[in-house]
Design a protein around this ligand. Structure first.
Ligand SMILES: [Mn+2]
Length: 431
């Protein structure tokens, strides 16, 4: 799937016999999602050795509006209307180099009981929000080789239970969602409004909906806080307070009609300087990587929601493999500038190197600008080849778009066809 970039078993297989074999493989109960994930996490941990790793998590919902009738064992989608399934992966990203280290875990949520309605009346352990704490625990267990781990989550992960029960070796970083009460009785938003400004910064605001990309001036506020246990948790075996840092980044004088930038981030990291604020905001912004992985899994690349697989168990296995393939394409996107210092062996079989050398030579132009600027030992060298085969011009100056997940996806399909041809020619003695 990493090479052929499809979930369609018939296209993955070279003939009908192999398609039958693949079907049996997926239906085999000994082939488990847990085993696939443990293997992926083991490889990720090896690459994570000695690094500060961000364990980025998010939930995505899959929907199958055109296959409602044929799907078996699936629960309902986010709206409770059609057939759906939820994936909650944990992705390891290098905090310093921003390269994708690999997949750590993926929780699968299947709402066979229908939509969860009564959120507040249930204890944290029983709720679907348990997936965040579970992800933090898996990261703690599986990334033992990492120098340190910081879990990164969006507003959904603003959960007291998570702050209170996080594993000792996992730091947290999430966006605040609730106007929580502090130990002093004051509410968090009011407290942040009273914090002194500690500096200003110009930042790039990416385009969103109808909003154009722009530059914004933001004022930085930060401080140590203590949050109080929510009253509804009662006297559970939870600490009365948790100590965190808050980072409050607010746009100064936003242009008329624009949505003002306002990030209120909560973290277990100490924050005492504007440099640390920049670091925290930079780590939070790396959350876009997991959103890109979801995009390549769904919309234009792997088209996971078009899968014809009917049984939920078989589909979940295919989806896990597809997730690993989507993570690999994203790894190439981030490696393209050579800043992640990843070895080419992370993605390439050494036996394919002669073919790749030849493809590279055929793609290089006469001018220095159109030469592959990276060394063949580096993953960036391979990313350059894949991107060029995917239709990227090779120009990286202003005005030219750098290659994204879709370009890498197309390039990977091309490279597979070329390598297949290369191996055939070698076997027939023509080369
Ligand atoms: Mn989310």
């Amino acid at each position: 799937m990493q090479r052929k970039r499809t979930l369609c078993v018939h296209r993955l297989a070279k003939d009908r016999n192999q398609a039958v074999q693949f079907g049996r493989f997926l239906a085999n109960r000994a082939v488990s999602v847990a085993e696939m994930l443990v293997t992926a996490a083991r490889q990720t941990n090896q690459r994570a050795a000695g690094r500060h790793v961000l364990a980025i998590m998010d939930t995505t919902d899959l929907r199958f509006p055109t296959h409602q009738a044929s799907k078996r064992g699936f629960g309902t989608d986010a709206k409770g209307e059609g057939v759906g399934l939820f994936l909650h992966p944990v992705l390891a990203v290098d905090a310093a180099g921003s390269g994708v280290v690999g997949l750590v875990d993926c929780a699968v949520l299947n709402r066979t009981q229908g939509r969860v309605s009564d959120h507040k009346g249930r204890l944290a352990d029983d709720k679907e929000s348990r997936r965040w704490l579970h992800g933090a625990e898996v990261a703690a267990d599986c990334l033992g080789a990492a120098q340190s781990i910081t879990m990164v989550g969006d507003r959904e992960s603003d959960i007291y239970d998570l702050f209170a029960r996080r594993p000792a070796n996992v730091h947290l970083l999430c966006r605040s969602a609730h106007p929580r009460a502090m130990a002093t009785g004051e509410l968090l938003p009011a407290h942040c409004a009273g914090l002194p400004e500690q500096g200003r910064e110009r930042i790039d605001v990416p385009p969103k909906g109808a909003q154009q990309p722009r530059q914004a001036t933001v004022a930085l506020h930060f401080g140590a806080i203590e949050l109080a246990r929510p009253a509804r948790l009662g006297a559970r075996d939870q600490p009365r307070t948790v100590a965190l840092s808050v980072v409050d980044v607010r746009e100064v004088d936003p242009p008329a009609g624009a949505q003002a930038v306002h990030w209120r981030l909560l973290t277990t990291h100490p924050v005492t300087t504007p440099e640390q604020v920049r670091e925290i905001v930079g780590w939070y912004r790396m959350r876009w990587i997991i959103e890109q992985v979801f995009r390549s899994l769904k919309s234009h690349c792997l088209k996971i929601e078009e899968s014809q697989t009917q049984e939920v168990a078989g589909f979940t296995k295919l989806a896990t493999i597809a997730l690993i393939a989507a993570v690999r394409a994203m790894q190439l996107v981030l490696a393209r500038d050579g800043t992640t210092a990843q070895p080419i062996t992370d993605a390439v079989d050494p036996a394919d190197m002669p073919a790749l050398q030849s493809i590279n030579a055929s793609l290089e132009g006469r001018t220095a600008k159109l030469k592959n600027p990276h060394q063949p030992e580096n993953l960036a060298w391979y990313a350059w080849i894949v991107a060029r085969l995917g239709g990227w011009s090779g120009y990286s100056s202003r005005g030219y778009k750098p290659p994204g997940p879709k370009t890498m996806h197309i390039g990977l399909i091309q490279i597979d066809a070329i390598l297949t041809g290369w191996r055939l020619a070698n076997r027939s003695g023509l080369v």
